[in-house]
Write a protein that binds this ligand. Structure first.
Ligand code: GAL
Length: 318
């Protein structure tokens, strides 16, 4: 029993990341606003590529710091510890800012799920203009987990704005797009079509008037838990989580899952994804970004153990 307990602690610590993460080639993992997809015993990590000089977009009411949209990177791992760089899964384009993937635009928070029916890998992401006025969800598809992904288009689900987003694939094969909508005031959850390529007309408004972003949805037992941040741009704020019996809600807000020093600012980080810890029911990895707004490529990561016990979500960053 002692050995088992020690093993468990070590294993969880091995998946903890505080700061930069190196790939197997010794290079910094460049995957921000990331998500992880598991396929045939391998974990695939996808995230925003941030390179180049950070600048402040003029004329905005908020700190709209930007770098060129670098597309989406992919890394693979068998143990969530050693990461192999798989290359650029979705390439940006250059020279025409009217195009969704132009480096002058915004490509954020890419998430990938595998569709068993179609045998395709489907990527959704936030596509925007540099002033965030476009507010659309982009979709891309590939025959291989690591890509290259073929960009299809972007859209407003049922005519609604969509900024910070995530995907959630349920055990019954249904998948959902969760996104900040209505000028970030309210989130929405929308059921995707069977091929995961389009929104259906079935959607619900959740966390109404709460001004939340950075959604990360996961299931533990029979409940669905949604962690979100407040809307303070690249600056950290307090997370809260909400719980529901179904992905579409209704969601009941519970409170801040973080404990200890720094919990009021999510330990200077912002949620992006929650991954079930392999083979450990009730245990997860909370993945977050530590943004460096003045030098965005220097942003790094915080991955912490997350536990669900008696229906309560607890993240301890200390
Ligand atoms: C954050 C959001 C990020 C990015 C940033 C831009 O609040 O979660 O994904 O959009 O704003 O300032």
């Amino acid at each position: 029993m002692i050995f088992f307990t020690l093993g468990l602690v070590c294993d969880l610590q091995a998946q903890t990341v505080r700061g930069q993460l190196l790939d197997r080639g010794g290079n910094f993992v460049n995957a921000h606003g990331a998500g992880i997809m598991q396929y045939q015993g391998t974990y695939y990590l996808f995230g925003e590529i941030k390179t180049g000089k950070t600048w402040l977009v003029a004329g905005q009411q908020w700190e709209d710091y930007r770098v060129p949209a670098g597309g989406v990177s992919c890394y693979s791992s068998k143990d969530l510890k050693h990461w192999k760089y798989e290359g650029v899964a979705l390439k940006p384009s250059t020279g025409d800012t009217s195009k969704d993937l132009d480096t002058g635009r915004v490509i954020e928070r890419p998430k990938v799920i595998y569709n068993q029916r179609t045998n395709k890998f489907v990527m959704w992401m936030h596509i925007d203009k540099k002033d965030y006025s476009y507010s659309q969800s982009g979709v891309a598809v590939s025959d291989r987990p690591q890509g290259p992904y073929r960009y299809l288009h972007s859209l407003k689900p049922n005519g609604n704005m969509s900024r910070d987003m995530t995907l959630f694939q349920d055990g019954d094969g249904r998948a959902y797009l969760i996104y900040s909508s209505e000028q970030n005031k309210t989130m929405q959850v929308c059921l995707l079509s069977n091929d995961y390529l389009s929104p259906t007309t079935l959607y619900r408004r959740i966390l109404i008037g709460r001004n939340r972003e950075a959604p990360a949805l996961f299931k533990s037992g029979q409940k669905y838990y949604l962690i979100t941040s407040a809307c303070t741009g690249w600056s950290a704020n307090a997370a809260f989580y909400a719980v529901a019996d179904r992905p579409l809600g209704p969601y009941k807000v519970i409170g801040n899952p973080c404990r200890g020093t720094g919990s009021g600012l999510t330990y200077n980080a912002q949620s992006t994804f929650v991954l079930p810890s392999p083979g450990k029911p009730g245990q997860f990895i909370f993945m977050a970004d530590r943004w460096n707004k003045l030098d965005l490529p220097k942003s790094d990561y915080l991955w912490l153990p997350l536990k669900v016990a008696s229906g309560k979500v607890v993240i301890d960053g200390n």
